[in-house]
Every structure is written in C-alpha cells, then in structure tokens.
Design a protein around this ligand. Structure first.
Ligand code: HEC
Length: 130
C-alpha cells in the first residue's frame, strides 16, 4: 500500500519536473537568437539565420560546441580578408556543399539577393578592426 502511494507521488512530482527540464533544453537549443530593436537589417538577418551556428560575435556558438559543429571563426581578419564579397555572397546563397564546406547551409531559398548582400556586409564587420 505504502509503496503504491509513494510511486504515485513520485510520478506527480517527477513527471512535470522532467517535462520542464526537457522543455528548457529544447527551448535553449531551438529558440532563435534575441535581436535588439536597434539592430540594422544585416545584423538582424545575421542574428536570425547565422548566429545559431556562428555565434552573435562570429566566433562560434555554444550550440555548435554541443553538436560538434565547427563553423570556424568569422572574426579571423587574415582569413576573412582572403574571401571576396562574391565568394561570401555565393557561399551564403548556395551553401558550402559544392565547395568542400558541407557544414555551411544554403540560404538562397530563404533570402533575397539584397538581404544576402546585407549579410555579406555584416560578416565583413565581424572581422573589421575595432
Ligand atoms: C547549421 C550551422 C550554420 C549556419 C546556420 C550558418 N553557417 Fe556558416 N558555416 C557553418 C560551418 C560548419 C562552416 C564551416 C564549413 C565547413 O567546415 O563545412 C561555415 C562557414 C562559414 C563561412 C566561412 C567560409 C570559408 O570559406 O571559410 C562563412 C563566411 C559563413 N559560414 C557565413 C555564414 C552566414 C553569413 C550565415 C547566415 C546566413 C551562416 N554562415 C549560417 C555552419 C553554419
């Protein structure tokens, strides 16, 4: 009898606790990056589409770390300076799959060309001298 009661209470307390924990983890992983009201168009697009992997500052997000994604360092000036605007535009539009960067997804289906140009400009700012 006592056993039964205990099991029931365990269930009543444990089930919602587990649900809360599971929900929080899912929210942490899937909720979009917060975008400040003052964000420029490029910054807004970057935080919405790129920051999940690359991190708000371009150095990679902890989500990437958890899932063993290695998005590189977009603040590495020497490396970024070697990439032309056309290359960045094509990379964002078509993704990296065809040029040996399989981790980098394509955004051509979601974003219009002017938005991609804003993104290129924002990515440039991440490695600009402060
Ligand atoms: C799903 C995770 C993910 C998202 C979202 C993502 N990237 Fe990437 N990106 C990567 C990975 C991983 C690499 C490294 C390529 C590789 O090793 O396959 C990369 C590489 C890059 C590079 C460097 C390419 C090079 O030649 O060194 C740039 C620039 C870049 N991403 C920009 C962006 C921009 C801008 C966005 C948003 C429109 C974006 N990424 C969204 C995962 C992502």
């Amino acid at each position: 009898m006592l056993r039964r009661v205990k099991a029931k209470w365990l269930l009543i307390i444990l089930a919602p606790t587990l649900l809360l924990i599971a929900g929080s983890i899912l929210a942490l992983v899937f909720l979009p990056h917060p975008v400040p009201n003052t964000a420029t168009a490029g910054q807004r697009a970057y935080l919405t589409h790129c920051a999940g992997c690359h991190g708000a500052n371009g150095r990679g997000s902890w989500r990437s770390t958890i899932f063993f994604i290695r998005p590189g360092d977009l603040t590495d000036r020497a490396a970024m300076d070697r990439l032309s605007d056309e290359y960045l535009f094509g990379l964002i539009k078509h993704g990296g799959a065809t040029i040996g960067l399989p981790g980098m997804p394509a955004f051509g289906y979601h974003l219009k060309d002017p938005e991609i140009r804003e993104l290129v400009a924002h990515v440039r700012m991440l490695s600009a001298p402060k």
